[in-house]
Design a protein around this ligand. Structure first.
Ligand SMILES: Cc1ncc(C[n+]2csc(CCOP(=O)(O)OP(=O)(O)O)c2C)c(N)n1
Ligand SMILES: [Mg+2]
Length: 222
């Protein structure tokens, strides 16, 4: 990894990835045992994205994610015990036990969720980007989405305005080649990477799935 990180920093990142993996494994057990209500979308295999991205952004920056949010919550610095409590629907959870797996959030960490509706957070992130620009603040907005979300209208509306108004929003696409259980070639005629060409935005960074994370069918089991 050529990021100029010290061995201790790299070790800390690795520990965070392992922590995410262990929490996801425990979550599966609890879900199977019927102790977690609602849905449970796991982040197994994608840990490096959240850990790497959260290392790169500033604590004051804003973060929006889709529903595979446990790993992002950990990487953003939320308390793992309170994340687990949220999964179990306890009042001590990060969202007071009312959000569950897909709605982790923490105003203190500028982490605005955890969104279950595909693409719903993209206009919100764009709006926060507009607010930051309007107030002349020095923050960025990181908006994380799955590649399946590039098929949603909100994707195009949000990227269009963000590009037109030059908003400080980074859209990070987690391309695991599946939208839940549907393989990319079964639902769209072109690779996801071409979707950006309809908007005037920066080219995708070369963070390929091959380099940073590996998709396993198990990761979309729930
Ligand atoms: C508006 C909307 N349509 C459909 C769904 C059902 N749905 C849940 S996840 C998903 C696929 C999302 O794929 P992707 O963005 O690639 O995320 P991944 O599961 O790979 O992390 C769909 C269609 C939904 N939650 N919201
Ligand atoms: Mg996907």
């Amino acid at each position: 990894m050529e990021m100029g990180l010290l061995p201790d920093e790299l070790l800390a990142l690795y520990r965070q990835m392992v922590l995410i993996r262990r929490l996801e494994e425990k979550s599966t057990q609890l879900y199977t045992a019927g102790q977690i209500g609602g849905f449970l979308h796991l982040y197994i295999g994608e840990e490096a994205i959240a850990v790497g991205a959260c290392k790169a952004i500033h604590p004051d920056d804003h973060l929006f994610t889709a529903y595979r949010d446990h790993g992002w919550a950990i990487a953003r610095g939320l308390d793992p015990g309170r994340i687990l409590a949220e999964l179990l629907g306890k009042a001590t959870g990060v969202s007071g036990g009312k959000g569950g797996s897909m709605h982790m959030a923490s105003a203190e960490h500028h982490y605005w969720g955890g969104h279950a509706i595909v693409g719903a957070h993209l206009p919100l992130a764009t709006g926060v980007g507009l607010a930051v620009q309007y107030r002349e603040e020095d923050q960025a907005v990181l908006c994380v989405l799955g590649e399946g979300t590039t098929n949603i209208g909100y994707f195009h509306e949000s990227l269009n305005l963000a590009a037109l108004w030059k908003l400080p929003v980074v859209f990070l696409v987690e391309n695991n080649q599946y939208g839940m259980g549907t393989q990319v070639a079964r639902r769209q005629p072109c690779p996801t990477s071409l979707r950006r060409d309809v908007h005037t935005i920066s080219p995708a960074l070369p963070l390929t799935d091959k380099t940073f994370w590996k998709f396993t069918p198990e990761s979309t089991r729930h």
